[in-house]
Design a protein around this ligand. Sequence first.
Ligand code: NAD
Ligand code: DAU
Length: 336
Amino acid sequence: MKLLVTGGLGFIGSNFVRWSLKRYPTLRIVNLDLRTYAGNPANLKGMEGASRHRWVKGDVADPKTVDRAMKGADAVVHFAAESHVDRSILDASAFLRTNVVGTQVMLDAARRHKVRRFVHVSTDEVYGSVEAGESVETDPLLPNSPYAASKAASDLVARAAFITHGLPVMTTRCSNNFGPYQFPEKALPLMVTNWIEGKPFPLYGDGLNVRDWVHVTDHCRAVDLVLRKGKPGEIYNVGGTASLTNKKLVGLVRGIMGVDESLVTPVTDRKAHDRRYAVDCEKLRALGFRHETTFELALRSTIKWYRDNAWWWRPLKNRGDVKTYYKKNYAGRGRA
Ligand code: NAD
Ligand code: DAU
């Protein structure tokens, strides 16, 4: 099979590329990625000479580039997106272009090229904050951040491509991923790398927001299952195995790393900070999905990975554009 993966230089996309090539010895992957601030060839270190993988630098919102990259593809897995909520609060423009226009361009090209399967990778954030219970796939979309709104819009254009044109699109909506190669702007890698550096972790608000953590490899397995066995037009929630308040997560990581409580600084909350996400995963389980990782073990191995791979994250944190972003996002917050 020839697979077109978008966003394969990012956190989840690069884990997916590695995992898939290992799992399927004859699979070939074209990886279309613009290499934005979050796209990093180092995420695929060791695979530079791999004959079954080819990185094409380009924008998913550019029809000509997408057309070239999609030639001969049997299927598409669409990860490429602007993915960080805090950045969308500072400036939403790139989110609308990549996440909404980019998805439409991808869907149009998939139709022209008659691809047999298209997985659109989305997020549990499209349901908005869930005070109690679990979101099911038919729930209304009530996104609260510009990021979540752009992803909800992309889910709707994917739905329309199926309804209008019969394009065989499946959508996945996953909860919070963790694992190696996650950009050190997201909570977990920021926390772990700050503590390795002896710096505090800025905890938003009262720290009681709940997130459901899934190891990135389990997410990759879920996407692959939906790619192969999902029903066109359907949406599949993908949840984790650890629903935790941020305070609880901070406590667990502090315990594993042996970090003092003084290295947690409560800061002013994120705007429109969703209190809780929770998804019902019955549909995915009915396809045969089971988690293969245990949260506690996966958390320990992830922390060890960041400890052992400072070569990967240190240059990112020291980059001028990333320092500027940290300043913009954290400077005005003060202590909560
Ligand atoms: P990421 O920010 O780490 O990576 C995004 C990748 O997309 C980067 O390699 C970047 O260069 C590329 N990209 C961005 N704009 C592009 C464009 N216009 N054209 C081509 N490539 C472009 O993101 P991630 O955390 O790996 O998330 C991947 C996908 O999974 C996203 O669609 C996100 O919404 C979704 N998702 C993420 C999580 C999570 O916890 N990280 C959970 C659920 C769903
Ligand atoms: O739920 C799936 C989503 O998970 C994905 O769609 C997004 O792409 C991904 O970024 C993630 O969004 P969150 O906003 O939940 O993740 P983040 O790592 O940014 O934050 C996790 C929690 O930690 C959240 O409640 C905010 C909090 N936080 C985050 C940062 C960056 C802090 O307390 N301090 C911080 O500095």
